[in-house]
Write a protein that binds this ligand. Structure first.
Ligand SMILES: [Zn+2]
Length: 349
């Protein structure tokens, strides 16, 4: 089932995920891009929950109990993570083992069943990633939300999601941030989504983004990001990321064509994010250099299959500086340092 596949953390080849459902998903995305994207597709969080914070571990294997307790201790002490969804979703059968001879998918979180299934006994490498999915699942107005991933509507028979790729990238980011020292192994296949999620987080701040994610509050994230662009622009970025995730999983037979497509989608996303960063630089009172450095760090990162060519880097920096000047238009430019930095970097390329 497509939804179940897509929620899986894939560490090896993605070839197992070829399927008609992915193609259907891509066709739906194409249709939707023509229609335009709207903020009303995303429900806001109506009320804060307060749930019973007691967990009953009867029947839970000791090794899983250990992971869950570690997960809670680390997050309670280090982050701005709201754990109410975790306490609501926990049940004694929330982790099950179905070991099979597969090195491809090590484990998955099934949001409709609210269950983590482990397919491989090296569960410490992925269990924290999957626990994040479980800790961020919420049902609102008949719609299922998991972190930044939302079912499009309660009546959506296609089970189409938005925010899926941002959600995977950010889940991976948090698993690395908090659990790399406890056995979490970074997924190379999610590297590009991880980098894109880190660019979004830099714009809104770590505490705010972690908090929105834990409450499955994509709506507030978008509203916060409208400081740097319209809601339509922000949603377009997230939808293009979803497209990229689909392209990461389909048609592996035509590798060259597929890599070109992925690369094209990735550079389109980077152009859109460059505009957000340019506006952040132009409107912030300090540390515009920080924004530039963060963006530069990602665009120059050598990610397998996504290394941006010199020509495209120049094009993206041109868009960035053009947007920056547009924002600063007629205003006294006080931030010479950042401006000169952008100019120098652009000339170097
Ligand atoms: Zn995942």
């Amino acid at each position: 089932m497509f939804i179940l596949e897509i929620s899986g953390l894939v560490l090896g080849s993605l070839s197992c995920c070829i399927g008609v459902d992915l193609l259907t998903q891509k066709i739906l995305l194409d249709r939707e891009e023509k229609r335009g994207v709207i903020l009303e597709d995303i429900p806001s969080v109506c009320s804060l929950k307060s749930s019973n914070k007691k967990l009953y571990f009867d029947g839970v294997k000791d090794q899983f109990k250990f992971c869950i307790e570690l997960f809670l201790i680390v997050l309670e002490n280090n982050s701005n993570f709201d754990l109410n969804n975790f306490y609501s979703n926990f049940h004694k059968d929330c982790i099950v083992e179905k070991y099979k001879d597969s090195r491809v998918v090590l484990g998955s979180y099934y949001p409709f069943l609210n269950q983590i299934v482990l397919y491989n006994n090296q569960f410490m490498t992925i269990i924290f990633h999957e626990l994040f999915h479980m800790a961020t699942r919420d049902k609102r107005m008949g719609r299922l939300c998991v972190g930044f991933k939302y079912l499009k509507s309660s009546s959506d028979k296609s089970k189409q999601y938005i925010g899926d790729a941002l959600n995977e990238g950010y889940t991976e980011l948090l698993a690395r941030r908090y659990f790399s020292d406890f056995g979490h192994v970074s997924s190379k296949n999610y590297e590009v989504l991880y980098m894109l999620a880190s660019l979004i987080e830099f714009l809104v701040g770590k505490d705010f983004m972690e908090n929105c994610y834990s409450k499955a509050d994509l709506y507030s994230l978008i509203i916060h990001l409208t400081k740097f662009g319209t809601a339509e622009e922000i949603i377009t970025i997230f939808k293009k990321m979803d497209r990229l995730l689909i392209e990461m999983k389909i048609l592996v037979k035509e590798k060259r064509l597929l890599y070109r497509k992925r690369y094209k989608t990735y550079t389109e996303i980077m152009v859109l994010i460059a505009k957000l960063y340019a506006r952040a630089m132009a409107t912030c009172n300090n540390d515009s250099l920080g924004y530039y450095k963060k963006f530069g760090e990602v665009i120059t990162k050598d990610i397998k299959y996504y290394e941006i060519s010199g020509e495209d880097k120049k094009r993206i920096f041109d868009v960035m500086s053009e947007e920056y000047f547009k924002m600063k238009n007629d205003a006294v430019i006080t931030d010479h340092k950042a401006l000169n930095f952008v100019r120098n970097q652009t000339e170097k390329l």
